[in-house]
Write a protein that binds this ligand. Sequence first.
Ligand SMILES: Cc1cc2nc3c(=O)[nH]c(=O)nc-3n(C[C@H](O)[C@H](O)[C@H](O)COP(=O)(O)OP(=O)(O)OC[C@H]3O[C@@H](n4cnc5c(N)ncnc54)[C@H](O)[C@@H]3O)c2cc1C
Length: 460
Amino acid sequence: MIHIVGGGLAGCEAAWQAASRGVRVTIHEMRPVTPTPVHKTDRLAELVCSNSLRSDKPDNAVGVLKQEMRLLGSLVMRAADQTRVPAGAALAVDRLKFSEAITRAIEEHPVVDVVREEITAIPEPADERSPVILATGPLTAPALSRAIAQLVGQSHLYFYDAVGPIVLAESIDGQTVFRASRWGRSLRGDDPGEIAGAADGDYLNCPFDAGQYARFYDALVHAEPAEVHDFDREHFFEGCLPIEVMAHRGVETLRFGPMKPVGLVDPRTGRYPYAVVQLRQDTLAGDHYSLVGFQTQLKWGEQARVFRLIPGLEHAEFVRFGMIHRNTYINAPTVLRETWQTRRDGRLFFAGQISGVEGYVESAASGLLAGVNAAALARGDAPSVPPRTTAIGALSYYVSHADAADYQPTNITFGIMEPLVAAGREGRHKGDKLARKLAIADRAFADVQQWAASSVIGGR
Ligand SMILES: Cc1cc2nc3c(=O)[nH]c(=O)nc-3n(C[C@H](O)[C@H](O)[C@H](O)COP(=O)(O)OP(=O)(O)OC[C@H]3O[C@@H](n4cnc5c(N)ncnc54)[C@H](O)[C@@H]3O)c2cc1C
């Protein structure tokens, strides 16, 4: 018997996977007894905001993840395909029909029970074969949040997500930016690349002259903010103010804050620039760079327009836009194994947004593997995950191995999947981005099916 707390996207997918393997499941869902600030109905797997599950094409990593989930018998994908509405290359759904389809499938399943109650303490697994999955989402109720904080350590549970935008390395103009650490204090000392001064530091620096800064500043203070929920306005810590809020305090504020140029000598001029935006490389996804200190609540379109005024980012491709929102999540690399089990107790799993992933599809994907592995324990089998050549395996690896010191919830991207070069296929696709992505996708589909066929728990 498996207990799942939270009947959202992750909880329902986990329940479906376990039940499909003949394992009894009880889902504990607090709505409608206790509401959340964003859910509007009592249905399971309610989409709280957009009705889009993003791209459905194999040249996009989330498209690959979706197809893998279909191959693994995902309930969320089945419901999404059944209720899709026209949205070009994206998979958008009729949100009511979508959550109704999932609610029906779960409630009618002969081995699944749904209990409508708020869980306030972490359920104790009855024995080795009775695992528990916590899938209570970004708005986990307060009493359970406190219990989770106690379990993982106060400093490893976060209540806010403040991230700067992330750009693709190959879209940064290497002729404009320079590599340096402030005052030359490098954290490493190798890894020269194609960027000027590559051996000299940990950051790529985008240098501004006074005119460029004035134009950027003007665009930033006039950019349109996104609609912000009241509960997302609750508290900005001084340390993570949105960049646009900081800019409104005065034209010089950014030059004494995140755009401070001192200690950063541009090798081309031998001087400090007028202002600087620093880009930090993601530890695992080496081809991603985040804009340091650029957490923001601007609309995504506005972020693209304004941040492309940064010298060196004129043609930047954004892997993820910046945001600040209420989000309860654990520091996954310190808490989780690759199998979504906790390190300290293999009978306890996290899944969904609270496990440190970002997005509807990623939440459901983590639920899928947590459900598969919890079912494995219930049946006396060993847990396992697909390889990192697959999107779902790469996501599992990332959450359990990323840099814990600076952990941010992640979307699936090609950057965290194993590159083709490791498989010796890079040569054929070098230079052709689309062909490379499609080859990664083909490899992923083959590998996920192989995993499902070869593993007792992957197949149902
Ligand atoms: C405001 C907001 C907007 C978002 N918009 C998007 C978007 O547009 N696109 C996107 O891809 N992602 C979005 N996300 C991020 C994320 O993908 C969704 O939150 C997604 O629903 C997460 O799935 P989940 O299963 O982890 O959590 P949820 O779908 O939230 O499910 C968790 C469930 O647990 C229940 N629960 C909570 N605490 C308890 C408890 N103590 N006892 C019992 N039940 C409990 C809740 O009622 C809920 O039903 C958004 C997040 C937020 C907060």
